[in-house]
Design a protein around this ligand. Structure first.
Ligand code: FEO
Length: 390
């Protein structure tokens, strides 16, 4: 396995995980990469260090350029094990390499995972010269853990951004100019929605901190690096982190005997009749993480469940739990569902949506047994009236 040259003296030496299909609940249908970058200067520097289990791939790629024992500096922008897992193996090969990470949380997290390897904590704006090049460290807490930081390398203008601007996208190509660009943007959106979304405010601060930097290349620690398309990805991050919404509605449901499904369609008709573009997601077929990626910018969300054994269906509880953790902006919501007896699920969904910072557009909508054409028509009309009354 060989390193890939990014520019003069800078090499990608990471690992490609073609088989990754689940990243703590996030369906990663395109796999991922764990990027590490090698900089050859007076001091040999490695930025980030791949996931546990991929150390040998990284070391092989480093070895195609230089003996790993010659590494002088390791910059660990983030202690999560998909970026720091290779540090112990590198420490064995290059025991004198100095390991830099965020002061406080970075030192604490790396020590917890790997013991005391003499980590050097750096603060906002601190610099490190490695020869002709100088790194400036900028903490980006909560993008994605408290310890995250980015490292800007001058004069090349490379921002090593770790999780920020990343994509779970396994590909042999390393740059936005070489890869399937639409796919990179799809995966960047899904990544933001499923990893970064709850921390929009912190992301906006991180973007502001980077705004004055003369960035030529953004090298994240997952997926491809951004070169020609930096303005587009920065604009998208700005919009996403600001919680910008579109006139769309996500209608999410499970169904037992198609009654809740019919209600979902009636609700979607109500949105469509009022100029809001609906999209329906049957939880039997759609994965939580795909729904979250689509719904991130939706102004409205409707969630429906039949009542099963006095409860909402487990698939709906799973979606709402996932949604609660990732709610990035306030949406208007509708809870709905059919029932045979009992009928608790619409209220339960309503309560969960309130816990997801949603504001109810309508009181919970319920139908016993199969909805009649008249009931479905009323649901559509009620949704439309509520939208017109906003
Ligand atoms: Fe890719 Fe927060 O780790």
């Amino acid at each position: 396995m060989k390193a890939t040259k990014i520019c003069e003296g800078v090499y990608w030496v990471g690992a490609i995980d073609w088989d990754l299909r689940n990243f703590h609940g996030y369906e990663t249908e395109k796999g991922s990469t764990y990027n590490a970058y090698l900089v050859l200067d007076e001091k040999v520097t490695l930025i980030d260090a791949v996931k546990t289990g991929f150390e040998n791939e990284m070391i092989a790629r480093i070895s195609s350029v230089i003996d790993p024992a010659k590494i002088d500096v390791i910059i660990s922008n983030h202690a999560e094990p998909d970026h720091s897992g290779g540090i112990p193996a590198l420490h064995k090969l290059a025991p004198n390499a100095k390991i830099y990470c965020a002061a406080g949380a970075g030192v604490k997290d790396l020590t917890a995972y790997y013991g005391d390897l003499g980590y050097i904590g750096v603060k906002a704006g601190e610099t490190l010269s490695v020869g002709k090049r100088t790194f400036t460290f900028l903490p980006t807490p909560m993008v994605h853990w408290p310890d995250n930081m980015v490292s800007f390398m001058a004069p090349d203008g490379i921002l090593f951004s770790n999780d920020a601007f990343g994509q779970h996208y396994a590909t042999f190509e390393r740059l936005d100019t070489e890869c399937d660009l639409p796919e990179a943007f799809v995966q960047a959106r899904k990544y933001y929605a499923n990893i970064v979304q709850p921390y929009g405010m912190q992301t906006a601060k991180a973007l502001a901190a980077c705004a004055g930097l003369p960035i030529q290349t953004i090298c994240p620690s997952h997926g491809i690096a951004w070169t020609k398309h930096i303005p587009e990805i920065l604009a998208l991050y700005k919009a996403w982190s600001a919680g910008e919404q579109e006139d769309t509605a996500a209608v999410v449901y499970d169904t037992m005997w198609h009654s809740t499904e019919q209600m979902a369609q009636a609700i979607a008709d109500g949105f469509a009749a009022c100029g809001i573009k609906p999209r329906l997601y049957n939880l039997h077929y759609s994965h939580n993480s795909d729904i979250i990626a689509d719904a991130m910018t939706a102004k409205y969300i409707a969630v429906g469940s039949p009542t099963l054994n006095n409860n909402m269906m487990p698939s709906v509880a799973s979606f709402l739990t996932y949604f609660k953790g990732l709610t990035g902006n306030k949406k208007k919501s509708i809870a709905f569902g059919s029932f045979g007896w009992g009928g608790q699920s619409p209220d339960q969904v309503h309560e969960m949506l309130a816990a997801c910072k949603c504001e109810a557009l309508l009181p919970p909508v319920r139908v016993q047994y199969r909805p009649t054409e008249e009931q479905l028509g009323k649901i559509t009309a009620d949704v439309c009236a509520a939208l017109k009354g906003e």
